[in-house]
Design a protein around this ligand. Structure first.
Ligand SMILES: Nc1ncnc2c1ncn2[C@@H]1O[C@H](COP(=O)(O)OP(=O)(O)O)[C@@H](O)[C@H]1O
Ligand SMILES: Cc1cn([C@H]2C[C@H](O)[C@@H](COP(=O)(O)OP(=O)(O)O)O2)c(=O)[nH]c1=O
Length: 201
């Protein structure tokens, strides 16, 4: 079973991921961007470049995803593992959906649909996606961003995009209020995961 964690930067994904790693020691716990491949390194180089081309950046993230699927996710699913990924395709739909909408050089009628279509032929849909829902201001504060104002405005758009994704796929998503204490957030995440496991059996 494939479970993904999504949400804005600072929404608590790393905290939840590390707690789940302890709770499910046999699970394959992974993340995107990957932190153990040159594809992931290429993504981080692009993130560090303020002038990175948004379309090129989409393809870097997507290349990292393709390699991640083949190298980590597919083999673990085939072995029957519970796979938990901190960020996955929805991050591209929401974040690159936002950067491409704001890129004057490009003329995408609907950037989210474009990114969704790009994934369709090769990606694997998660069985469950947990969305850690947090307002952009708190998220930017928690993430300790340097340019908070700019970041908050961008995260507003990313959040709207996540809302669209939840609307189009209500069965797959479970929303968790990420303003709650870390323990309460974790409890809600584990409940959602256990429910999904029950119906997977
Ligand atoms: N439920 C929570 N309430 C308050 N602070 C939190 C909560 N979850 C995480 N944090 C803190 O917020 C910051 C960002 O959390 P983190 O798990 O790294 O988020 P992400 O991986 O989504 O960026 C960290 O300092 C973390 O300790
Ligand atoms: C996986 C992915 C991440 N990102 C962005 C979200 C983050 O701003 C940045 C790095 O991700 P990450 O290291 O997960 O950041 P955080 O732990 O703060 O949430 O990359 C995308 O824009 N698209 C993607 O497909």
């Amino acid at each position: 079973m494939l479970v993904t964690l999504e949400g804005l930067d600072g929404s608590g994904k790393t905290t939840v991921r590390e707690a789940l790693r302890e709770r499910y020691p046999d699970a394959t716990v992974t993340r995107e961007p990957t932190d153990d491949s040159w594809y992931g390194e290429a993504v981080y180089r692009s993130i560090a470049d303020d002038d990175a081309d948004p379309l090129a950046e989409l393809f870097l993230y997507t290349a990292d995803h393709a390699a991640h699927l083949e190298r980590v996710i597919r083999p673990a699913l085939e072995a029957g593992d519970l796979v938990i990924s901190d960020r996955y395709s929805d991050s591209r739909f929401a974040y690159q959906g936002a950067t491409l909408a704001d890129a004057p050089a490009y003329d995408f009628a609907d950037p989210i649909e474009y990114v969704v279509d790009l994934h369709r032929p090769f990606s694997i849909e998660p069985d469950l996606t947990i969305y850690l829902d947090l307002d952009p201001e708190t998220a930017a504060e928690r993430a300790g961003t340097t340019n908070k104002f700019e970041r908050t405005a961008y995260l507003e758009t990313v959040r709207e995009n996540y809302e669209r994704l939840l609307e189009r796929d209500p069965e797959r998503f479970v929303r968790v209020d990420a303003t709650q204490s870390p323990d309460t957030v974790l409890e809600a995440v584990v409940d959602a995961l256990e429910d999904a496991r029950q119906s997977d059996r």
